[in-house]
Design a protein around this ligand. Structure first.
Ligand code: GUN
Length: 294
């Protein structure tokens, strides 16, 4: 068997088009332009690239993008003051503080200072609590993107065995909650899990979010399983250059899986599309209106 490829690039392009249509309706019918504020502190090169891409995509969708670039030595107090200003700014519907923050700033204090209604990352404890209790949470973008691709591929997931490898607050834990909400039987595996090959081998759905290159071996995968690879790892090549690989050993997994996301071109492009989706959701909830059907 050769797995079907789940094309995150194409999926995210369609999603972004739908979001742009929603934004047009919000403008024409409600005189609303969703606004996303992105705050970056310091010069981390990867973060600079993410933030630039978020800015471009936000504008392409017809939304307002507000960028706040602060120096590395910004104090926690000053950052909290900016967050408070954005919380109170009616033109700002979504706030994202790019992580990681410099070491002298308490990340969770900053995340939890964002108004939960504007927390388009879905990292605030209120949103993680709502997700865990079946409420109207804003869901973290990467797991939301994974869920949309899984639903598109599998439809009803009730009763399926799912394993999430990785237990971060940003991906692993919310991903497990989302799968539980779909009535999957969910296992969360991590660095201390015993007999990982056996745990992975039972799963109809595998979501790998470890951040270690090709740590999930292809021959562990159950025949016909759906594999979502969240990993983005840069590894050296023989010619001195580098290439990007996922957390799953793709060349072998593709022989066993029923469907699999490639890296790059799988989960990655979905994350920004889901950020835009969350910004539309937040805007509509703040205005007390339904999200436009497109
Ligand atoms: N850094 C890497 N990914 C993310 C993300 O999804 N949100 C934020 N705020 N920072 C990140």
């Amino acid at each position: 068997m050769t797995a079907e490829l789940i094309d995150g690039k194409a999926f995210s392009a369609t999603l972004k088009q739908d979001i742009a249509k929603q934004v047009t309706v919000l403008k024409e019918k409600h005189n609303l332009i969703p606004g996303l504020a992105v705050v970056i502190v310091g010069e981390d090169p990867a973060s600079q690239i993410y933030v630039r891409n978020k800015n471009i995509s936000t504008k392409e969708a017809g939304m307002n993008s507000f960028e706040h670039r602060l120096p590395e030595e910004t104090t926690e107090e000053d950052l909290l003051a900016l967050v408070e200003k954005l919380n109170n700014d009616p033109a700002v519907n979504g706030i994202l503080v790019q992580l990681p923050l410099p070491k002298h700033i308490n990340e969770s204090a900053v995340i939890n200072a964002i108004s939960p209604a504007k927390d388009v990352d879905g990292f605030h404890v209120i949103n993680s609590g709502l997700l865990a209790t079946g409420g109207d949470a804003i869901v973290p973008c990467t797991p939301l993107g994974c869920l949309l691709m899984l639903k598109d591929k599998l439809g009803n997931m009730s009763g399926l065995d799912a394993v999430v490898i990785g237990r971060s607050n940003i991906v692993g834990k919310p991903m497990a909650q989302l799968l539980l909400n779909e009535s999957c039987t969910v296992t969360i595996a991590h660095s201390r899990t015993r007999n990982l090959p056996e745990v992975v081998g039972r799963a109809d759905i595998v979501v790998a979010a470890v951040g270690r290159p090709e740590i999930i071996k292809g021959d562990w995968i159950k025949e016909g399983a759906t594999v979502i690879d969240v990993g983005i790892n840069r590894v050296p090549k023989d010619d001195g250059k580098s290439r990007i690989v996922g957390d799953v050993e793709f060349d072998e997994a593709v022989k066993k899986a029923g469907a699999i996301t490639p890296v790059p071109g799988g989960v990655g492009p979905m994350t920004i599309a889901c950020l835009l989706k969350n910004t539309v959701t937040a805007t509509c909830r703040q205005a007390g209106i339904d999200e436009p059907d497109v």
